[in-house]
Design a protein around this ligand. Structure first.
Ligand SMILES: Nc1ncnc2c1ncn2[C@@H]1O[C@H](COP(=O)(O)OP(=O)(O)O)[C@@H](O)[C@H]1O
Ligand SMILES: [Mg+2]
Length: 374
């Protein structure tokens, strides 16, 4: 029987747990063509919620066409445009029709047709020959605008913070000027690096200032996991007690990816006679072990004061960090060293402040506890 749990890419359908409230709110924005800024830490489920939303929209015959553009790894305006052109495929079920409507909309640039030799799949990309990118962007936006006159569109730019690193002068501003003209398109700007993405939308000197409804994506609540996990395990005729599911969710502090990762391995265990604590511990340790190289590398990039500050956080459960005894326990001489280290660690998103200071990645936290013998 196929393992229904997955953790290396986005999940939808049966592998997607709940998020009913988020989906319904997002659908409201899509219907109203209201732009949304969807953000969270990495691996909380942004791409998944977008893909699930798109599937539901398609299933409901709402006459709204979704288009998903993955911007991760793009490093220039040209990349942005090329990825977006590839995305146009999603707006037509038929390649000839796509070609036709795109060619009709284009005035100043030529198109290239691409055939993927491996899959035989077809896509289009713009020719950048003898024109500058500004013009190609304009043509792309024209195509989208034309499409949106026939039916509403929802366009997700995933990992949108990437555009902040492009070096082309004024790209954000140009993009924004098109976006604001598109009354029939809901743009979902999705991003992981919170300081980058929120800065793009919250500082008044940036082009996208206040141009989208803020939508922070939280972790998934424990109670939502119970029914979902039980239902999937019942396929194997295994009943997982609610307490066990709560225990797993708590061990990973509700982090969606790690919980799927855990459940994936639990599924592979013979569970007819229930799961012992040893099995639960074994799987948890395997997850920590699997990422230990990544975490060692991260640890080695930190300064000694940052390392001490992490230890300080763990020893004091994230509060009272500046008290003299606490500082002494990790041999940090002054509070100002802590202030400085905290600020760097927050910038790197290794820690977050939520009343108290916390290590953001729960598996990194577990690795630290082991490594520092706490
Ligand atoms: N609604 C969900 N239900 C269950 N697991 C989820 C859900 N959303 C995300 N996950 C888990 O988290 C992982 C990362 O999700 P993803 O959507 O790629 O996050 P992001 O785009 O925020 O980085 C998925 O592979 C899956 O294991
Ligand atoms: Mg993602």
């Amino acid at each position: 029987m196929q393992n229904p749990f997955a953790y290396s890419n986005y999940v939808t359908g049966d592998s997607f747990c709940n998020r009913k409230k988020e989906l319904s709110e997002l659908l409201g924005y899509v219907k109203g063509s209201q732009n949304v800024l969807l953000y969270s830490h990495r691996r909380y489920g942004k791409s998944s919620v977008i893909q699930q939303l798109f599937q539901e929209i398609k299933g409901k015959n709402l006459n709204i066409s979704p288009m998903y553009v993955e911007l991760y790894g793009t490093i220039s305006e040209k990349d942005f445009i090329t990825r977006s052109f590839h995305g146009l495929n999603q707006l037509e079920s038929n390649f000839e029709r796509l070609l036709q409507s795109v060619s009709n909309a284009l005035k100043k640039i030529k198109l290239n047709l691409n055939i993927d030799p491996a899959t035989g799949g077809t896509s289009i990309s713009p020719s950048f020959e003898a024109v500058n990118e500004t013009l190609v962007l304009e043509e792309l936006m024209n195509i989208l605008s034309k499409y949106s006159q026939k039916r509403k569109l929802v366009i997700a730019f995933d990992e949108f913070q990437e555009i902040a690193n492009y070096t082309e002068e004024g790209f954000e501003k140009r993009l924004r000027s098109f976006v604001q003209q598109h009354q029939n398109i809901c743009y979902i700007f999705s991003g992981s690096q919170q300081h980058l993405i929120t800065e793009m939308f919250n500082s008044h000197n940036r082009a996208f200032y206040k141009s989208a409804e803020s939508f922070p994506l939280d972790k998934i609540e424990s109670r939502h996991y119970i029914f979902w996990v039980q239902k999937l395990f019942s396929r194997k005729h295994i009943h997982l007690p609610a307490e066990l599911i709560e225990e797993i969710v708590a061990r990973f502090e509700n982090h969606p990816m790690y919980i799927q990762n855990f459940l994936f391995h639990l599924w592979e265990e013979p569970g007819e006679r229930g799961f012992s604590n040893d099995i639960i511990d074994k799987i948890e340790n395997a997850i920590i072990e699997k990422r230990s190289l990544e975490h060692t590398v991260l640890w080695e990039t930190l300064s000694i004061n940052q390392k001490k500050t992490l230890k300080l956080i763990l020893l004091n459960d994230g509060s009272n960090l500046f008290n003299a005894d606490s500082l002494k326990s990790v041999t940090l001489k002054t509070g100002s060293l802590v202030t400085k280290a905290l600020s760097s660690l927050m910038k790197k998103e290794i820690i977050v402040k939520n009343g108290k200071y916390m290590i953001q990645d729960i598996v990194f936290k577990k690795w630290l506890q082991k490594t520092l013998s706490l």
